[in-house]
Design a protein around this ligand. Structure first.
Ligand code: GBH
Length: 461
């Protein structure tokens, strides 16, 4: 195992990154402003019945107009990094072809303001908001989609490659695929067993193509962000252990095995049966596109029981009733973060890792006299930072931690009902207020300064 990370003040790029994360559709609002085209999320959210309470991202956190204030908030929190995503349809309103300069200007101003505050930008190219015009042309199910994505990526590499050093191709290809094309609870809302593996394959091709186009533009650090959820069997029975392996393949290995190992998990064929396409050796080889780092989005774990009625995986989650849960009904399980980081280290050869999302929704108490006491979120953050610290001490090449999220925002099909922010956003006037969790995070960052000393991230109580 490697020695613990040391503080190297001579080189800011070696600092441990302490950040907060957001995504475009969830915070920006003004989705059609300044020449932007509509996205699949704009259409989906504006279709009655798709999002709780009929909420949409039409205003969201109004970040598109208040971004300057939000950069000041980040400076007040003391973060040295910020992960955000670019809305593809602001850059290319039709998805391909004509570039909308006003869209590029928005993100260039944001990035410059961040750099001015000493905040390192981490730019995600795709966080679920495909241009509607491309959905009309088949979306991610189209064989042409990897090319569209690589062309879009190239526009951004050329426009911002001189000031953004950390890039992410896709956020959570599993969620894009399963939510958008299998379960249908996310845009574009399809439910098709046959389409699903085709979409996954195209996303993997898109990642590889954007990585290649980045290399051609001299971009050095390009990652892939995946949602990972360690799976533990509910019992030692052969059925439950088998079901756990299936869910592990489905959620954790479906995308990482191809990019690092050039193959799909063997379980995928069992899961999809006749819907699983055949891939030639050269097709699989083309998927091998190891990113420069893995972005880990960690929220919870699963305890798994075999259940043949639960298709296509034949497994279901067993709720751990005795354990604490968040407002999403996800179990609070910090050790799962340590476990999944150690799993990456062992399976994929200790690649550089950023925790690109970690956080929780809770039913916060209302703000009183300029304070919001979200003690459950403070506890969640504290215990998960400790869990990250345990992995660091065991040699995981962990380079940074990004809390999800900077702001209470548009939580996809839950609309504004679920709040993940370190900063409260008033639902009526969008006024911001730093929660106790934001104060806790600021103090934790201050305490550990520019790097985790002796491999220990955990804040003293
Ligand atoms: C992230 O995805 C998103 O990147 C972010 O935009 C979002 O706001 C944030 O999380 C909070 O939701 O119950 O067995 O079906 C979340 C990834 C994947 C985590 C599915 C929960 C539940 C698995 N999610 N997982 S299951």
């Amino acid at each position: 195992s490697k020695p613990p990370t040391e503080i190297r003040s001579d080189s800011p790029s070696r600092d441990f990154l302490w950040g907060a994360a957001t995504s475009a559709y969830q915070i920006e609002g003004s989705p059609l402003a300044d020449g932007a085209g509509p996205s699949i999320w704009h259409r989906f959210a504006n279709t009655p019945g798709r999002v709780l309470n009929g909420d949409t991202g039409d205003i969201a956190c109004d970040h598109y107009r208040r971004w300057h204030e939000d950069v000041a908030l980040m400076a007040a929190l003391g973060v040295n990094a910020y992960r955000f995503s670019v809305a593809w349809a602001r850059i290319l309103p039709e998805g391909t072809g004509r570039v909308n300069q006003a869209g590029l200007d928005f993100y260039r101003c944001l990035v410059d303001a961040l750099l001015e505050q000493g905040i390192e930008p981490m730019l995600t190219l795709y966080h679920w908001d495909l241009p509607e015009a491309l959905d009309t042309r088949g979306g991610w199910a189209s064989d042409a989609s990897p090319g569209w994505f690589a062309d879009y990526a190239q526009v951004l590499y050329r426009a911002l490659g001189d000031r953004v050093r950390l890039w992410i191709t896709l956020n959570e290809p599993w969620v894009i695929t399963a939510g958008g094309y299998l379960y249908g609870d996310l845009a574009p809302g399809h439910r098709s067993l046959h389409e699903t593996p085709i979409v996954a394959h195209n996303l993997l091709r898109a990642h590889a193509a954007a990585l290649a186009s980045g290399r051609a533009e001299g971009i050095e650090r390009i990652g892939l962000a995946v949602n990972l959820e360690p799976q533990y069997p509910a019992s030692p029975s052969a059925e439950d252990i088998g079901a756990t392996a299936h869910r592990d393949a489905f959620i954790n290995r479906w995308f990482l095995d191809p990019v690092f190992l050039g193959r799909y998990p063997a379980e995928m064929e069992t899961i999809f049966g006749s819907a699983w396409p055949r891939h030639s050796p050269s097709e699989l080889d083309a998927l091998r596109a190891p990113p420069d780092f893995i972005g880990v989005n960690y929220y919870s774990r699963s305890v798994v029981r075999a259940d043949p009625t639960e298709q296509p995986v034949g497994a279901r989650r067993v709720r751990q009733d005795a354990r604490p849960h968040t407002a999403m009904d996800w179990e609070v399980y910090p050790q799962g973060l340590t476990d999944i980081l150690l799993w990456i280290q062992g399976r994929y050869g200790n690649p550089p890792v950023y925790i690109t999302e970690n956080g929780a929704a809770f039913d916060d108490p209302p703000p009183v006299a300029g304070r919001l006491h979200d003690r459950q979120r403070v506890a969640y953050l504290r215990t998960h930072l400790r869990a990250a610290s345990r992995a660091l001490r065991r040699g995981v090449d962990l380079r940074g931690y990004f809390a999800w999220s900077l702001l209470d925002n548009f939580e996809w099909s839950y609309g504004y009902a679920k709040r993940f922010g370190l900063v409260h956003v008033d639902p009526v006037d969008r006024q911001r207020l730093i929660k106790d969790s934001g104060r806790f995070y600021r103090d934790a960052i201050r305490r550990y300064g520019r790097g985790p000393r002796h491999g220990d991230l955990s804040a003293r109580d």
